[in-house]
Design a protein around this ligand. Structure first.
Ligand code: F3S
Length: 470
């Protein structure tokens, strides 16, 4: 049978989609693209419910699937279902619902439905769930970077967020399973591991077994892993000891996504975030003390209910002072069932847009500054793919501190291919002029998934351009 899967929402959801895909493939299902041209027998929408808009998009995708093939079985999985419960089945487009922590049952649920189509719901209350759902992956569509989910659930209850309700309480994956998965991924050729979870910083706090730091240390001992990158962490985890110990792990990428949300203490308080801007700033300074110019990235919400122009200005000043490398700016978006949804003084969209635009300008300025600091420097780049930039072919990848880098060692078109410089020609090992272009193509492909030192010579539109030096 043909199955098409579509994933919405966050990296954790994508991980779970990849894992369900693998389970289905191993059970003989044929995975087909989610497209009108190739109707499937079964559609799975791994939904997101983070805002009212995300809910709407999830419903739209379910309807789109049913429209693609009205005879197909449509499965609504994940966060939207977790919040809606059996009500989701009232929707004509939905045949089966599969909640969080139950995705591991995907094949069983389909089998049962086909045998007896009354069995169409596998969704349980997660508010007291203690077990981690041990979904796993051994391959990924990307070629060089693999995500490993190590944790689920959240106990924070930020006032704008529904996730503690859709994902339940914190649950950590067994250390042994994380290591086994990392080893499998290394075997499949992955060099970079990105640790992900709903609230990564709370790893180990539910069962007292290990900590995020311990996971990183143990992973760094696995041969073949060249880089370990962290997903979003919260500022309170960054103590002097944490920063010092991390800095002693050469494989750890100096790239820290510290979720901020607002740079104003009164707004943080009404968001129920549990740190102040001073504490946040201290964490950033600790990371800067122990790492050489680390990439500090963050998320910011503008237009939170009640946020005044003055509070917005305070946030802006804090962002400037902190000098982030990248910021994801979100306009506050309501989610029914959250505390913030019921707050007075909801901000009109026009004001949110103005504030967001201001921060986007600041973001670009700070990002450019950070990237330009690397001109003239040499850094290792993990090459990922060939890209077309301004009509020329490049090999592109990322530095450890997550700057996109491009090297024009590949073929371009026609004569331009001959303009390759001597260093690169050596690199290419091409011994005949006639087959030079082919050799370049081959060599470019060869370098995918490899790490090379690159000297950065030029900066344009978010990319550092350079040449391979060894
Ligand atoms: Fe969305 Fe659920 Fe992730 S609500 S953002 S898919 S945890």
């Amino acid at each position: 049978m043909k199955v098409a899967i579509h994933s919405l929402g966050c990296k954790v959801n994508s991980y779970e989609t990849a894992s369900m895909t693998e389970l289905l493939e191993n059970n003989g299902y044929e995975i087909v693209p989610f497209s009108e041209e190739n109707p499937a027998d079964i559609y799975i929408i791994n939904t997101c419910s983070v805002t009212n808009i995300a809910d709407r998009k999830s419903r739209q995708m379910l309807h789109r699937a049913k429209k693609m093939n009205p005879a197909a079985i449509v499965i609504a999985a994940g966060c939207y279902v977790q919040e809606e419960g059996e009500d989701a089945l009232k929707d004509d487009a939905v045949d089966i619902i599969l909640g969080n922590n139950r995705k591991i049952n995907i094949c069983e649920v389909i089998d049962n439905y086909i045998k007896d189509n009354k069995l169409n719901c596998d969704c349980v209350d997660l508010s007291h769930e203690k077990s981690y759902e041990n979904l796993l992956i051994s391959k990924y569509n990307e070629q060089t970077r693999a995500y490993i989910k190590i944790q689920d659930g959240c106990n924070q209850f930020c006032s704008y967020c529904i996730i503690p309700y859709t994902r339940g309480r914190i649950r950590s994956r067994e250390m042994e399973d994380i290591m086994l998965e990392a080893m499998r991924l290394v075997k499949s050729g992955f060099k970079e591991i990105v640790l992900t979870g709903i609230h990564l910083s709370s790893y180990g706090m539910d069962n007292g077994k290990g900590s995020l730091l311990q996971v990183i240390k143990d992973l760094s001992g696995i041969d073949g892993i060249e880089r370990i990158r962290l997903g979003s962490i919260e500022p309170r985890i960054v103590t002097e000891e944490f920063a010092r110990e991390l800095s002693a792990i050469p494989k750890l990428c100096p790239h820290f996504h510290l979720s901020l949300q607002s740079g104003c203490d009164s707004v943080l308080k009404s968001m129920n975030r549990k740190y102040t801007t001073d504490e946040y700033y201290e964490s950033v300074m600790l990371l800067r003390k122990y790492f050489d110019n680390p990439a500090i990235t963050t998320d910011v919400i503008v237009g939170f209910p009640g946020e005044s122009d003055e509070e917005h200005e305070i946030t802006k000043a804090f962002l400037k002072k902190t000098a982030f490398y990248e910021m994801h700016i979100f306009k506050y978006s309501r989610r029914k069932g959250t505390v913030a949804d019921k707050m007075p003084d909801q901000i009109p969209d026009s004001i949110k847009t103005r504030r967001s635009n201001e921060l986007l300008i600041l973001e670009k300025e700070m990002s450019d500054n950070y990237r330009k600091m690397h001109l003239g420097r040499e850094m290792p780049v993990l090459f990922e793919e060939e890209s077309d930039i301004d009509g020329k072919r490049y090999l592109t990848g990322f530095t450890m501190n997550y700057i996109r880098a491009a090297v024009d060692i590949l073929y371009t078109d026609g004569d331009a291919a001959d303009e390759i410089n001597a260093d690169v020609a050596n690199e290419l090992n091409a011994d005949s002029t006639d087959n030079k272009t082919d050799a370049k193509v081959r060599k470019g492909n060869d370098l995918r998934g490899k790490i090379r030192r690159v000297r950065f010579l030029e900066y344009k539109n978010g990319i550092l351009y350079g040449k391979i030096v060894d």
